[in-house]
Design a protein around this ligand. Structure first.
Ligand code: SF4
Length: 702
């Protein structure tokens, strides 16, 4: 007998973090609606969110632990994982093991995995698939603000008079935020939208200006904007003098560049550029939204700082309708950042390089050790698996064989690793097939915890479905292994509420306002308060209701509490050659998510694009003798794939676009990350997957 109920939770897809009401009927049927009271979406949902009920069946679910391909009980599987990790550490040291985790994990799962690796194993070899998504924004924030902090909130997109979308197809990748702008624009036609993207994406439908810049032309564009602002006296000298340092150096770096070379690098007509620069200069209420087109670049961190420099220069930070705004890809990329899910961070946004931070976390956890140096970032981590430095690997809730660059190398690396554990909801992923031990995790709708969205808002995910088979929460799986590795006391949690309270207490531990991430108001919450937790924005110190905006009046998290302008220079980005004359850009489609392990279950979602494709401009199609719907072969220096040609004027000549979703389960010939080399941003370690030299040719079956 099922008791009908209505449960408030959040969407498991993108970083907008929409609130959802899940209604469970007495026959077990589930209906999904937007939560009208959740401040991220006020009841709206996009196509993916509204199709969630179609994706929660048990088809393909991993329901029991497996060891060596055979069903096992939890005791056997957990004992084996703990024993093999302990033995590897004993023989080869703590850096011989690694965790690769995911923005799909809940904050509590992330927290315990990070605690085990950094405080109890003593290595920082834990990195996350969020490295592929927003690491450049983290690094850019830290350089400019002294902390990884998004200054504004979603309401700013509605209050702005100019929304600049850079490298962000918000219409498809963060659809509810896009809908909020559409509605705001209908109410206030004076709200202008500028789209900066080589492709004419669906987001161009609301754009007043579209600058189809050359791939990686963004740094040049914002250097040019800084020069323009300075030469047109639209600099906020008072804000700069009071709250920032380094303006002269940043401006000098921008002014040192040859103007014509700068314009060539940007690649749009001068008149169009001037129109955008003038609009930015005269529009005080400006928000610049950026996403993967900025982050996934070998100059991603510089792009972020070039954008932030322009906002600092005009004093447009953290005020209503103003600010730089990085939107995260995954539902809990932000939560992972809070607990130190990146290999170069500690919990509560503290840093491994800082001895005081290390000491603080070490003592708070009463840990036997603490990692003393940053661990391996994602690309380097899988290379270390491949060359044998890492001998035991635990992958949680992600599918790196499909999503990592140099994906075929990653497959071979994992296949060669002496001991691989995968905890996930399914055994059907390309990665899970390589595991020695498979651990069944709870899926969305079954698990409970918290997530943080792109505006720093922490919300509950609540369970409304019974746990199937013997699947368990990720936090439970990690803590059971930790206990078996000899750390029972430090991992004696009975529920996610215990973990969240500890996470909140650590954020406020010995904190005298020197940490932006502080949720000390929740350090003593009990399980009932946790169950009833309403969405709130950090920082949320004791006696505070949370914080919508930050830094309008300085208070940055640098030593002198001032922001830093970062002098940004142009680097060589021209990569095409006569052999590989096109630029390959990878990204998302509207109705699929990541490697389709969930959205692939919905027929409705698969109708938008039924098969993998490459978008190619008409001129290039003609040049390479390709017609619409031809099967084509795309190759780079690494590998080749086969996809269907989609000839379209939306694509920029010289550049092609392939979606990243299709995997071996759906279309083995089309796994595009096989083509992407592991080239990374030197500061953030984020892979560059938007500007890969490639070749295209019509496919002729032998
Ligand atoms: Fe889910 Fe993002 Fe769509 Fe909201 S916008 S319903 S969070 S996928």
């Amino acid at each position: 007998m099922i008791v009908p109920r209505s449960v408030k939770t959040t969407c498991p897809y993108c970083g907008v973090g929409c609130g959802i009401v899940a209604d469970v009927a007495s026959d077990g049927g589930v209906s999904i609606n937007g939560d009208t009271e959740h401040p991220a979406n006020y009841g709206r949902l996009c196509s993916k969110g509204s199709a969630l009920a179609e994706t929660i069946g048990l088809d393909g679910r991993l329901l029991y632990p497996e060891v060596g391909g055979a069903r096992a009980d939890w005791e056997t599987a957990l004992d084996l994982v703990a024993a093999r990790f302990s033995e590897t550490i004993r023989r080869y040291g703590p850096d011989a093991v690694a965790f690769y985790v995911s923005g799909q994990l809940l904050t509590e799962d992330y927290y315990v995995a990070n605690k085990l690796m950094k405080g109890f194993i003593g290595s920082a070899n834990i990195d996350t698939n969020s490295r592929l998504c927003m690491a450049s924004s983290v690094a850019g924030h830290r350089r400019a603000f002294g902390s990884d902090t998004v200054p504004g909130c979603y309401e700013d997109l509605e209050l702005a008079d100019l929304v600049v979308l850079v490298g962000s197809n918000l219409a498809w990748c963060h659809p509810v935020l896009y809908q909020r702008i559409v509605v705001a624009k209908e109410k206030r036609p004076e709200l202008k939208v500028a789209l900066i993207d080589p492709r004419r994406t669906t987001s161009a439908d609301i754009a007043d200006i579209h600058l189809s810049i050359r791939p990686d032309g963004d740094v040049a564009l914002f250097l040019g904007l800084l020069r323009h602002l300075a030469s047109n006296s639209t600099i906020d000298a008072d804000y700069i003098a009071r709250y920032a340092t380094g303006f002269e150096q940043a401006l000098a770096a921008a002014q040192a560049l040859d103007r014509d070379a700068l314009i060539r690098r940007i690649g749009v007509p001068h008149s169009q550029l001037e129109e955008f620069y003038d609009l930015f200069a005269v529009t005080e209420r400006t928000v610049t939204v950026y996403s993967q087109g900025v982050n996934q670049s070998s100059s991603g961190t510089d792009k972020v700082n070039a954008i932030i420099n322009c906002h600092l220069a005009t004093g447009r930070v953290g005020k209503p309708g103003m600010g730089p705004f990085s939107v995260t890809g995954q539902p809990n990329a932000m939560g992972g950042r809070e607990v130190g899910g990146l290999a170069n961070m500690l919990a509560a946004h503290m840093t491994i390089e800082d001895a005081n931070d290390r000491d603080c976390v070490h003592r708070f956890w009463r840990a036997p050790t603490i990692a003393t140096k940053p661990g391996l970032k994602a690309v380097d981590m899988f290379r270390a698996v491949g060359d044998g430095r890492i001998k035991a690997l635990w992958i949680m809730a992600t599918n790196p064989v499909v999503s990592m660059p140099e994906a075929e190398n990653v497959r071979q690396a994992i296949a060669s690793c002496p001991f691989v554990v995968v905890s996930d909801v399914t055994a059907d992923t390309d990665t899970a097939k390589l595991a020695h031990v498979l651990l069944p995790a709870l899926a969305w709708g079954e698990k409970s915890g918290t997530v943080t969205n792109s505006e720093r808002r922490i919300s509950r995910q609540r369970s409304f479905l019974r746990a199937p088979g013997s699947a368990r929460p990720d936090w439970w799986i990690v803590t059971e292994v930790a206990k078996r590795m000899g750390h029972a006391e430090a991992f004696a949690y009975s529920a996610p509420a215990d973990i969240f309270a500890e996470h909140a207490a650590l954020s406020a531990f010995e904190n005298i306002g020197t940490r932006s991430f502080d949720i000390g108001a929740y350090a003593n919450l009990d399980s009932r308060a946790y169950e009833e937790l309403e969405p709130f924005q950090w920082p949320c110190r004791v006696n505070s209701p949370g914080t919508a905006r930050m830094f309008a009046e300085g208070g940055f998290y640098t030593q002198d509490r001032r922001a830093r302008f970062v002098p940004v220079r142009l680097t060589a980005e021209e990569r095409t050659t006569s052999d590989f004359p096109l630029t390959l850009n990878t990204g998302r489609v509207r109705d699929h998510w990541h490697t389709m392990t969930r959205t692939g279950k919905s027929q409705r979602l698969s109708q938008h694009y039924a098969e993998p494709f490459v978008e190619i401009h008409l001129e290039d199609a003609k040049r390479f003798r390709i017609t619409d719907a031809d099967l084509v072969r795309i190759s780079t220096g690494l590998d080749a794939i086969l996809v269907r040609a989609l000839v379209t004027p939306r694509q920029q000549p010289g550049s092609i676009f392939v979606p990243m979703h299709w995997n071996d389960q759906f279309a083995s010939c089309a796994r595009v990350d096989r083509l992407v080399p592991g080239m990374t941003d030197p500061i953030s370690g984020q892979p560059a997957s938007k500007n890969v030299p490639a070749r295209i040719e019509r496919f002729h079956a032998a």
